[in-house]
Design a protein around this ligand. Structure first.
Ligand code: R2B
Ligand code: URA
Length: 304
């Protein structure tokens, strides 16, 4: 079954869910957020959301929300609080910006994103732009470089997210909005000390063997095999490797929501596997996607 025929129209203003069963449900409980249509006034809580930023850790997404709160000059009384009353994911709101954690890997991203897209739908949010920001391994890039993804690709460099549904493979396209790529590059060019490039992002189902590392608990291939594989990726336009972009790109696209992926690279995988950069430097690099998105949001809101 190929779901290409399902719509991928990102020009409509509302979130489009592709599930006829939702209409007949009297209420919907978003279990992993502990939020629901019967228990919460979702339009009142979230109806004004225009930007959604997701990233791996709940702590980081809380800090990001507080940073955005400052950047947008929002009142102290509206200091972002964790709105997801579970320890699975963190969810923080700073004015029109919703900051949500997704954990590590596509299964975790997929659970969170199903519920987040439903939340935006129930809240009747319109004209929402979504971003994943995070860390990655680079291919032939100076560590600390920010990659703005043109498309997410799988471990065979195909821009498709494949799921097994009812025992059958379904595959959804994972290209990203090219207008957003250009806009992000434009904003990045104005940020001093930031090097940003556009390229494909390979999304792997693991950190070690699946990313061709030689330093996991298991490895049956040689360094030459590893380099051949990574070079093939680089030749196919891959500039960085992480673990969630494919699911994120494909599901946002399927819901008709414009999406972008912005990740900083922590290591050049053509030169090594271990992430040994000093902690303080890593912390500074991790702020780079945050600064870029803050600038993007401010610019979209007409702030300097
Ligand atoms: C980037 O970093 C994490 C692994 O260290 C993973 O969530 C990802 O995509
Ligand atoms: N995250 C990844 O998934 N891979 C890396 O190499 C670094 C961060």
């Amino acid at each position: 079954m190929d779901s290409d025929r399902q719509h991928c129209d990102t020009s409509n203003e509302y979130v489009h869910l592709q599930n006829p069963h939702l209409k007949s449900m009297t209420s919907d409980f978003l279990y992993h957020f502990n939020l629901g249509t019967a228990t919460h006034d979702l339009p009142a809580m979230f109806g004004d959301v225009k930007f959604v930023v997701v990233g791996g850790s709940a702590t980081r997404m809380g800090k990001f929300a507080r940073y955005i709160h400052q950047e947008l000059g929002l009142p102290e009384s509206e200091e972002p609080q964790d709105l997801a009353d579970t320890d699975r994911y963190g969810m923080f709101k700073a004015g029109p910006v919703l900051s949500v954690s997704h954990g590590m890997g596509m299964p975790s991203m997929s659970i969170m994103l199903n519920e987040l897209l439903k939340l935006l739908y129930h809240a009747r949010c319109s004209n929402v732009v979504m971003f994943r920001m995070g860390t990655s391994g680079g291919l032939g890039l100076e560590p600390g470089t920010v990659v703005i993804s043109k498309a997410a690709v799988d471990s065979c460099f195909r821009p498709r997210y494949t799921q097994i549904v009812l025992g059958q493979e379904i595959s959804r396209p994972a290209e990203l909005d090219q207008g957003l790529v250009d806009e992000l590059l434009h904003v990045a060019a104005q940020e001093e000390g930031l090097t940003a490039v556009a390229g494909n992002t390979m999304c792997a189902n693991g950190f070690y063997e699946e990313q061709g590392r030689l330093d996991g608990a298991f490895c049956d291939y040689t360094e030459q095999d590893k380099l051949q594989y990574l070079q093939k990726g680089r030749d196919a336009g891959v500039r960085n490797i992480e673990m969630e972009s494919l699911c994120f790109a494909a599901l946002c696209r399927n819901a008709g929501v414009k999406a972008g992926v912005v990740c900083v690279t922590l290591v050049d995988r053509l030169r090594g596997d271990q992430v040994t950069t000093p902690h303080d430097t890593l912390k500074e690099w991790e702020l780079r996607p945050q600064k870029l998105l803050a600038k993007f949001i401010r610019s979209r809101l007409g702030m300097k």
